[in-house]
Design a binder for this molecule. Structure first.
Ligand code: AMP
Ligand code: FE
Ligand code: FE
Ligand code: ZN
Length: 295
């Protein structure tokens, strides 16, 4: 069983159509794939249709832009199988996306101050299919203009934290996000908590507080985590009774070395996560979206 619970389509900053992503997962022999675009459910319907055609299990999710209540810096929260019609969650996603849209012109002003001419139309030309537009699209527009060679160079030279065109944006405080997803009948997993530049920053105490607030799991096996980070995070998950996931964080051609199925989740961990979703849906009295066909 190959289970990949974290991927992006062109509804956020991936490059594949949601249906193409699901079909590619099927061709590669994955048993389960989750679609987890940043801050939007816009790809869900198309992905569902493709999953029915292909006969693959599809877990519907969102990667929500969050922050620790007491710290700056973003934390990504994977929300699995929340009811997309739960109004307070839908409203919060709208607020995050509005924060993204507000930020784009401010990034363009910063770029102009540094002698880089890029217009909103340039960005929209590459982000046309996205409901959640972001820095990767600005990076793609910079590539199209010949300013940089790829997204990595755009983040390194301009867009990353500390870069000349870095502008922060709205993100949901994690306790609010955990509550909203639970009320929507979904289960949550903190995504790549120790990406290289923030190794150990969200420590065991912080993860324990999130577990107390309902966090179901930790994404341990991710390309951004080295062997030592994985070992320590796995131990913390064991101590806290959290599910351990592993996933590709596939972005199509938008991120190298993140191919579908390059990192995977163990079947028993997947079952535990789906049980958490079922419990949450029952507790919230909400329908659980998504297709789990073969199990
Ligand atoms: P945003 O959501 O607009 O704040 O941009 C953050 C997104 O940019 C993340 O979800 C990553 O997928 C992507 N990203 C961050 N750093 C890089 C990089 N060096 N190369 C390509 N994509 C990146
Ligand atoms: Fe992304
Ligand atoms: Fe992420
Ligand atoms: Zn992601």
């Amino acid at each position: 069983m190959t289970i990949d619970l974290h991927t992006h389509s062109y509804r956020s900053d991936g490059t594949d159509a949601p249906g193409d992503l699901v079909r590619a997962a099927g061709r590669q022999g994955l048993s389960v794939v989750a679609l987890t675009d940043h801050d939007t459910t816009a790809g869900w319907v198309e992905a569902e249709q493709a999953a029915i055609d292909v006969g693959i299990d599809l877990v519907l999710g969102i990667e929500m832009s969050c922050r620790l209540p007491d710290r700056a810096g973003s934390v990504h929260l994977l929300a699995y199988r929340p009811d997309p019609d739960y109004r307070p969650l839908a409203d919060e996603l709208t607020r995050i996306v509005a924060g993204r849209d507000d930020r784009t012109p401010r990034i363009l002003e910063r770029l102009a101050e540094h002698g880089v001419d890029l217009t909103l139309a340039d960005v929209q030309a590459v982000s046309g299919k996205a409901s959640a537009a972001g820095r990767p699209h600005i990076a793609d527009a910079l590539v199209a203009r010949g300013v940089v060679a790829d997204r990595d160079e755009a983040f390194a030279r301009f867009l990353g934290p500390g870069g000349p065109a870095y502008v922060p944006r709205y993100a949901t405080p994690l306790p609010d996000a955990l509550r909203l997803v639970a009320e929507a009948g979904g289960a949550t997993v903190v995504a790549h908590p120790w990406s290289d530049h923030r190794y150990g920053e969200i420590d065991e105490d912080a993860l324990g507080r999130l577990a107390d607030l309902g966090l179901a799991g930790i994404e341990v096996d991710h390309r951004d985590h080295g062997p030592e980070a994985r070992r320590r995070l796995r131990a913390i998950a064991g101590d806290l009774g959290l599910v351990v996931t592993g996933s590709s964080d596939y972005h199509g051609t938008g991120k190298v070395d993140h191919e579908l199925g390059c990192e995977t989740t163990a079947p028993e961990e997947y079952d535990a996560l789906m049980a958490r979703c079922d419990e949450a849906a029952a507790w919230a009295g909400r329908p659980a979206p998504g297709i789990v066909t073969s199990r």
